[in-house]
Design a binder for this molecule. Structure first.
Ligand code: SF4
Ligand code: SF4
Length: 454
């Protein structure tokens, strides 16, 4: 093992005085990097394209926080559907738990937007303009000449343009493409708040990807810190086979020739040979680097590979343990509930509450009248002519408005409902009544409410 154990004392990108040590990662190449590039293309296509996809005329995904309208898989999640939202969030938490217990921090290296944007977009621009790690290090150390100012200016202009672009795509998930296009093309004065929000988010993106960089993963993100409790000996991680590699750098020793190529490509600047560290985002760049070295020295690939600690220690390959089996069962149950509840929701949802401060009234005809506030949500993609009938008692249901009760697709109507019941049908005090919501004679929903009788 290495004599230098300072990695135990402080984050790898800080020196002994606590100053930032800039990470100059080498441009990665190799099989895993090609796979990651391919995955990034799919990921970016989804990120940019998903807000444009429509299902049944509704967006595939829309998280309209301002209007409290969430659309998932083309289905609108209304405020009344908070249980479905809660199920979705719980499923997401279990998915992360299951995935992490089984495959370690692979999310961070392959699917986290922070890594994708930094490693696959911003660093690529940097490699293109300033060169690979040695050239960039040299350029940063060099005095400010015309050439250096030119390169840095072009790089930062491109960083700003990309930050603004990514911010607008990100905002599209919350506004939808049409609304975003309106906001962009309208005079700024009409959307000052939105414009300022866009500028702030773009500035944060630019600052993160230009200056703060990998510190998000190593010092800010709480997920990285949870690895200690989530990972176990069967979790598959990017791991160095110390049994095969050590003692390193000696002719008669292990396979590691101590070339440090695995460190030079690491975007968080760590030495994977020190074991699992919270800074490792499982990006696999060190696997590619080491495989290429092993090929050159005519040794088998895989000195650094995807494997579990148990796999390295005992050659044990199963990824299953009690924890991930239990998480899988819970996740399957949660997802099952989520999809059943999402796609079997009633088409309309009615809320009926007695009007505040009102008591029962005896009408001129001698009937008992109660007044209600009514709200009906139409969750379907079609307009509906509705009718409300009293099911449990003999009586009449009237609306304060004379207009027909027609509710547009994906919208709500509110109004006042007057319910009159024969006194002989009621007991003194509080009664329970049932109403039906009908469309063209077909009952869609049963609504229960309290009814006061004198
Ligand atoms: S790249 Fe492979 S051989 Fe070179 S130092 Fe890292 S583990 Fe050892
Ligand atoms: S140690 Fe390897 S897998 Fe982990 S972040 Fe560094 S290069 Fe990526």
């Amino acid at each position: 093992m290495s004599e230098d154990i300072s990695f135990r004392d402080r984050p790898i990108n800080l020196d002994a005085q606590g100053r930032r040590k800039w990470v100059y990662a080498k441009n990665p190449t190799g099989k895993w990097f090609k796979n990651r590039t391919f995955f990034t293309l799919i990921w970016m296509s989804f990120f940019i394209g998903a807000p444009f996809i429509k299902i049944g005329g509704e967006p595939f995904m829309l998280l309209d926080i301002v209007n409290r309208k969430f659309i998932i898989f083309g289905a609108i999640i209304w405020a009344q559907d908070t249980f479905i939202m809660a199920l979705l969030m719980l499923s997401f938490v279990f998915f992360i738990l299951l995935f992490t217990v089984t495959f370690g921090r692979i999310w961070c290296g392959w699917a986290c937007p922070q890594t994708i944007f930094l490693e696959m977009i911003f660093r690529k621009i940097e490699y293109w303009i300033e060169g690979d790690f040695k050239e960039r290090h040299k350029l940063d150390q060099a005095p400010w000449t015309g050439g250096k100012i030119f390169k840095k200016t072009i790089k930062h202009i491109l960083f700003i343009v990309v930050s603004i672009f990514l911010t607008n795509v990100f905002l599209m998930w919350f506004t939808g493409p049409n609304r975003l296009f309106e906001i962009i093309t309208d005079p700024i004065g009409l959307h000052t708040q939105g414009f300022v929000a866009m500028l702030i988010v773009s500035a944060i993106f630019y600052w993160i990807y230009s200056f703060f960089r990998e510190q998000i993963c190593t010092m800010v993100c709480p997920y990285g810190r949870m690895q200690g409790v989530l990972l176990d000996k069967k979790s598959v991680i990017v791991a160095y086979d110390y049994k095969r590699g050590e003692p390193r750098g000696t002719k008669e020793g292990g396979d590691c020739i101590n070339c440090q190529q695995c460190i030079s490509v690491c975007p968080t600047g760590i030495d994977i040979r020190n074991g699992t560290q919270l800074e490792c985002i499982n990006c696999t760049a060190c696997i590619d680097a080491c495989d290429s070295v092993m090929t050159k020295v005519k040794k088998p690939k895989g000195l650094i590979r995807f494997d579990s600690i148990e796999g390295i220690e005992k050659g044990h390959k199963s990824i299953w343990n009690v924890r991930n089996k239990a998480y899988s069962v819970v996740l399957a149950i949660l997802l099952g509930f989520f999809f059943v509840m999402l796609f079997t929701r009633s088409d309309v949802e009615t809320t009926l509450l007695r009007a505040p401060g009102t008591l029962s009234i005896i009408t001129a005809e001698g009937k008992v009248l109660n007044i209600y506030n009514m709200k009906i949500v139409n969750k379907t993609h079609r307009q509906m002519p509705l009718e409300i009938r009293l099911l449990s008692h003999k009586g009449t249901v009237k609306r304060s408005s004379q207009a027909a009760l027609i509710i547009d697709n994906q919208s709500t109507v509110e109004g006042v409902l007057l319910i009159e019941i024969e006194p002989s049908e009621l007991s003194k005090g509080k009664n329970k009544i049932e109403l039906g919501v009908f469309v063209n004679g077909e009952q869609l929903e049963t609504v229960k409410a309290g009814f006061l009788a004198p």
